[in-house]
Structure formats: structure tokens, C-alpha cells
Write a protein that binds this ligand. Sequence first.
Ligand code: NAP
Length: 272
Amino acid sequence: MGLVEGRIAVVTGAGSGIGRAAAEALAREGAAVVATDIDDDGLKATAASIQGAGGKVLTLHQDVTDEAAWDQVFEAAEAEFGTPSVLVNNAGIAIAGAITDYSLADWQKQMAVNVDSVFLGTRAAMRRMQEKGGSIVNISSVAGLRGAAGASAYCTSKGAVRLFTKAAAVECGQMGWPIRVNSVHPGIIDTPIWQKSITRMTETMNADQAAALTAHSGANQLDVNAIAAGNTPMVRAGRPEEVADLIVFLASDRASYISGQEHVIDGAMTAR
Ligand code: NAP
């Protein structure tokens, strides 16, 4: 019997990194998974992996900032498998940059993808899980717990996810709805988000600035383990599968009395 046997789980950003690993792990533990992303090729690879292992999966193209798309995702999930009782709000981006150089457009995009999405997803889930219950897992970051230079918008977005999660958990309890809401705070995890962040940063720079940044040896081929070695007592980056195991636990009834909490998974990075 899997940890989430017979459950229906929606996972956003499931075409890459932590989202893909979470979708695979939930399917392995018995859930029917609705995997969504804007990256259709990534979704295909996730679906192939889940189906190859004998799991159940439905893939849907979803931009998590699109309000109307949330109803469509839950309706499609309902039609294919039944009402979801697990939502993993995982899709996210990191637009790095110094505050003095940061544009309002980038700030608003960072908030839309990382914060609006979590509100919209949680609202859609809370409207549907009130009677039968469920578990909502919001992916924040250690950047939601402390500041980092060049990451002010990202830190702000992840701090918002942390407190929105707590407010949602308290509200569910007060309403008498059996819905648990938790946040997960990964440290440095080896996924493509690091390279994408550098690429996005250079897109907003003029040619000279971009050339200066990418001229450094290795700057376009980030070695996440090297970054982690300098920042993490466990001297390595985390693997998406390690974060996925925590997500599955929080999704499952093994976590039946855990709600409104922040769960850090960072190789002891924030312990010092
Ligand atoms: P990732 O490999 O880049 O995966 C994120 C996925 O979300 C990508 O497929 C991305 O597509 C998708 N996405 C971006 N914008 C979207 C939108 N508007 N609608 C739907 N999907 C969208 O990154 P990851 O590292 O697995 O990150 C997953 C979550 O963990 C994020 O919330 C991130 O902030 C958080 N996190 C990551 C780390 C880390 O070190 N990796 C640490 C702490 C927290 P595109 O490729 O098109 O952008």
C-alpha cells in the first residue's frame, strides 16, 4: 500500500526539477497525478517516466498565473480521476538582480508566478476540499526565511508563500475544514532553475552587462554542487527526489496533525 494510495494529486511545474520528482514520487506511492506546466516537452518526459513505472498521470498545459486555468485544471482532474485531495503548488521562477537595477515589470512577474499562483491554486483547492479534506503543499525556499543579495524579489515572493500558507492553515482549521496546508523550504537543489535564473538575468541587461556576467569561466554552466559546497554544511546540493519525499510525506495521512508549518530541507544551511 503506497503512502498516498488512491489519492488524486495536482502538481504544478511538473515538467522539470522538483515538480517532476514530486509527480513521480506521488505516482509511485499510489496517487493518480495531474501534472501541469507551461513546458509541454518537460511534461511529456514526466508522463513517460510515470507511465513507464506503471503509474497514472494526466498532463495539462497550465500557466499558473492564469486565473481561469485553475478551474479548468480541477475540472479536467475531476473528469479523469475524481476530486483532487492533494495540491502541490510548485511552479516558480527566480529573477535575480540588484534592487537598484530591478525593473517593476520583473518584480511583478516574480510575484505573479511565485505568489499569485499559490493564492489561486490554494483558493481553487480549498473550495473543493472542504468536505472530504486534503493536503496543500506550497513550495517556498530558504530564501523565504532569510535575505540574499541579488534575490530581493525572489525572497519577498517566498516569504509571502510562507505566511500565506500559515494563514490558509489557520483559516481551514477555523472553518472546520479538514485541509492541511504546509510550506516546504528547500536549500540549494540541483535543478535547471539556477541556469534559467542566470539566463533571465542576462535578458534584462544591456549587451555589455550580459557579456561581463557570462564572460566569467563557467558562468553559463553553473555547477550547483560547487555553490552548495560553499554554503551548505552537508557540502553538496540536494536532489529533487529528496525534496519529493518530504512532499509525499506532507501529502499523506502520516502527516495528519501537521499543518501551518514550514519544513526546511537544506542540508543544514540555515542551521548556522
Ligand atoms: P525548475 O526545474 O525550473 O522547474 C520549475 C517549472 O515551473 C519549470 O518547468 C517552469 O517552466 C515551470 N513554470 C515557470 N513558470 C510557470 C508558469 N507561469 N506556469 C506554470 N509553470 C511554470 O525549478 P525547480 O528548482 O524544480 O523549482 C521548483 C520550485 O522549487 C520553485 O517554486 C522554486 O522557487 C523552488 N525552489 C527551488 C530551489 C532550487 O535550488 N532548485 C530551492 C528553493 C526553492 P520554464 O522552464 O518554462 O520556466
